[in-house]
Design a binder for this molecule. Structure first.
Ligand SMILES: Nc1nc2c(ncn2[C@@H]2O[C@H](COP(=O)(O)OP(=O)(O)OP(=O)(O)O)[C@@H](O)[C@H]2O)c(=O)[nH]1
Ligand SMILES: [Mg+2]
Length: 282
């Protein structure tokens, strides 16, 4: 499967972020709780250099809670401040102000010693496309300060949002990186909708998703779609098309439409709470 995911505007956004990093006290990096490693842009580590780091496992409502717990431990062990968040409902969002203060403790103390008391902390919100950066900022600021949308590439340029007199946040456009280490990363990012659907073969993608679900979340498939163990992923998609009466003229099953709808079920959490990678599989 081919991925063509690194357009010019992302490399431009990355260059702008490299410039802006000088103004920043703390980096708030959002990853998708269903794929916390695949959705973590390695270029951010280079960018971040020695800044304080916070990782938000966002969209926890869609991920398997037991696996999310393992990821929280994984990142805490690696020196990040970690929080589990549902940016859409605001779950876990309030606490972020405390986490920002904690992550910038030394900076605040230094400022205090120098008699600088009113300088707000500056945080940069970063992450791959569609991970929920703008939704998170809106939730934290309590208003629709930035535009959001259920597709990658909604935020086009940076934007500062003043949270209160103590914290300013920068929203940034989602960025990917030029080369994925392996195909599975591109696949995982497509599953969660961070790579434009027009750039991938949705049927093939959904077959891959079904392969994973049959292996790891069989019971959900049985419950939700009447899956039987004798079925392979192609048969599962056909059964789905039959159930939904997705037919082409002449009564042929419309497996492309079925694949897109099944993928949508996954993305919206309608199959259940599903994680696509575990720390131990590293
Ligand atoms: N279920 C769920 N959906 C979420 C959550 N956070 C964000 N979303 C949805 O994810 C989609 C993308 O959200 P945005 O905030 O626009 O994402 P972004 O990271 O700013 O995306 P770009 O600007 O394209 O880089 C929207 O449809 C949000 O409603 C969450 O915690 N749970
Ligand atoms: Mg955005």
């Amino acid at each position: 499967m081919e991925f063509q995911w690194y357009p010019g505007h992302m490399s431009k956004a990355m260059r702008t972020m490299k410039e802006d990093i000088k103004l920043i006290d703390v980096i708030i990096e959002l990853v998708d709780a269903r794929v916390p490693l695949s959705s973590k842009n390695p270029d951010i580590d280079t960018l971040a250099n020695s800044k304080s780091r916070v990782i938000l496992l966002n969209k926890v409502d869609l991920a398997d809670p037991a696996v999310t717990k393992l990821w929280r431990e994984y990142y805490e062990e690696r020196g990040f401040y970690v929080s589990e968040v549902n940016a859409k409902t605001g779950q876990g969002v309030k606490n972020i102000q405390n986490i920002i203060n904690e992550a910038c403790k030394e900076k605040l103390e230094r400022n205090k010693k120098r008699g600088i008391l009113n300088r707000p902390l500056r945080a940069m919100t970063v992450g791959i496309p569609n991970v929920g950066k703008s939704t998170f900022i809106n939730s934290l600021s309590g208003k629709a300060a930035t535009k959001t949308g259920n597709k990658p590439g909604v935020t086009k340029g940076k934007q500062w949002i003043r949270l209160n007199k103590n914290i300013e946040l920068m929203d940034t456009p989602g960025v990917l990186w030029p080369k994925f280490e392996d195909q599975q990363i591109g696949m995982n990012l497509s599953f969660i909708g961070s790579i434009k659907d027009e750039l991938v073969n949705i049927y093939e993608l959904t077959v891959n998703l079904c392969d994973y679900l049959r292996e790891n979340y069989k019971d959900l498939l049985i419950e939700k779609y009447g899956y039987e163990e004798s079925m392979d992923s192609y048969a599962l998609i056909e059964k789905f098309a039959e159930n939904r009466k997705f037919l082409l003229p002449g009564g042929v099953l419309d497996v492309d439409k079925a694949a897109a709808a099944l993928l949508d079920d996954f993305r919206k959490g309608r199959i259940g709470k599903i994680s696509l990678e575990k720390p131990c599989s590293e």
